[in-house]
Design a protein around this ligand. Structure first.
Ligand code: SF4
Ligand code: SF4
Length: 357
């Protein structure tokens, strides 16, 4: 039984403080819209949760949504997290950020604001976000955040629809200079389900991840890391060996360390608008509820969380893979294909049974 084993303390927790959103992006994990039910989080409930979490660790807390700026108590929630010594961050679509909000965020010493840019031009980004003016909105938000010297990172999501634009988005990052740029190849969840036919194939993903390795070795101005592509760590080792490079991964201090592929339920989790706890933000269903049990109880006793921390519980080629310790495969993709979170990752190109190296 894993109890308060130091190696599995939470380092990063995202909380969906509202499911309402003013945009309607095709790939949204929670399929949020302005008509979505908000959820049941309020300041009192968040304070109780923070008290519970703080008895385990002092993680990075990301207030997310929906659009978290639509929650009227969002600033008080940031204040409550600060009091506990958490590193408070905000994941927003950026369209609501104005001078007044930026000033409040600065005064609250927000540690990071994450924004999304899914195309290098208004046409590509707005098409992806299904909102005319979204690109202009996020660029305006960036200008304001820069003015107030608030650190921000950029997430970029890709499918077949916009993957051709990945190198241009990277070039745009060189101009914008965020703290970090995270490339995300979309998973089959949320509104992503409907858009499944648009998802990149595993072969296409492998090529883009190799491309990413190449740019990572020459990018010093900001941190880069593909989100939720655990096999990237296998690709890094393979490519570095092929090219004779001494490659060491760089860490993002605000995140989960950047040293390992999938860390769902090991170092990170997601708590939804109704208190449902999920091992990561893309997990399709809640596995426990923080309004029914304490966070500490769930984190230390939930059988699925314990299984995710136990290599012997995994199945198929992931369990038998020499890269398991750095990768361990995407559990959400395994579930989407096999209805088993511990099955092998169907999105990975590698076959450990044919590897003679
Ligand atoms: S087989 Fe599984 S553990 Fe191995 S590299 Fe692929 S996804 Fe990762
Ligand atoms: S299960 Fe997949 S989506 Fe979730 S953290 Fe792991 S790699 Fe990311």
């Amino acid at each position: 039984m894993i109890s308060r084993d130091k190696t599995y303390l939470p380092k990063w927790i995202a909380i969906e403080i509202t499911r309402k959103c003013n945009l309607k992006c095709i790939h949204c994990r929670s399929a949020s819209t302005i008509d979505s039910e908000s959820g049941i989080w309020n300041l009192e409930k968040i304070e109780k949760l923070f008290e519970d979490i703080s008895s385990l660790s002092k993680p990075t807390i990301v207030l997310t949504g929906g659009e978290p700026l639509l929650h009227e108590e969002v600033f008080d929630m940031i204040k409550a997290g600060n009091k506990k010594g958490f590193r408070m961050c905000l994941a927003t679509n950026g369209t609501l950020i104005n001078e007044e909000i930026a000033k409040k965020l600065k005064d609250l010493d927000i540690k990071m604001v994450s924004l999304s840019i899914d195309g290098s031009t208004p046409e590509i980004h707005d098409n992806f976000r299904q909102q005319k003016g979204a690109f202009e909105g996020v660029m305006r938000a960036i200008e304001i955040l820069k003015k107030y010297e608030i650190p921000f990172l950029i997430n970029s999501s890709f499918t077949k629809r916009n993957a051709f634009d990945i190198p241009n988005v990277y070039k745009l990052m060189k101009k914008i200079k965020p703290v970090a740029w995270y490339m995300f190849l979309i998973l089959p969840v949320g509104r992503g389900d409907e858009a499944e036919k648009e998802l990149l194939s595993s072969k296409e993903a492998e090529e883009w991840l190799k491309w990413h390795f190449a740019i990572e070795t020459v990018t010093d101005e900001f941190l880069v890391r593909p989100t939720c592509a655990p096999q990237y760590y296998r690709i890094c080792e393979e490519e570095a060996k092929k090219l004779g490079l001494d490659y060491s991964r760089r860490n993002l201090t605000l995140g989960t360390g950047g040293a390992k592929g999938c860390v769902a339920g090991q170092y990170i989790c997601f708590i939804d608008a109704f208190g449902g706890l999920r091992p990561c933000s893309y997990w399709p269903e809640s596995i426990d509820n923080v309004f029914e049990k304490s966070f500490v109880d769930i984190w230390t006793k939930n059988p699925l969380l314990l299984a995710l921390r136990d290599k012997n519980a995994y199945k198929g080629k992931c369990r038998d893979c020499k890269y398991f310790e750095v990768c361990s495969g995407c559990r959400v993709r395994a579930y989407a294909k096999y209805k088993d979170y511990l099955a092998e990752d169907p999105y990975c190109f590698y076959n450990p049974y044919k590897d003679n190296t």
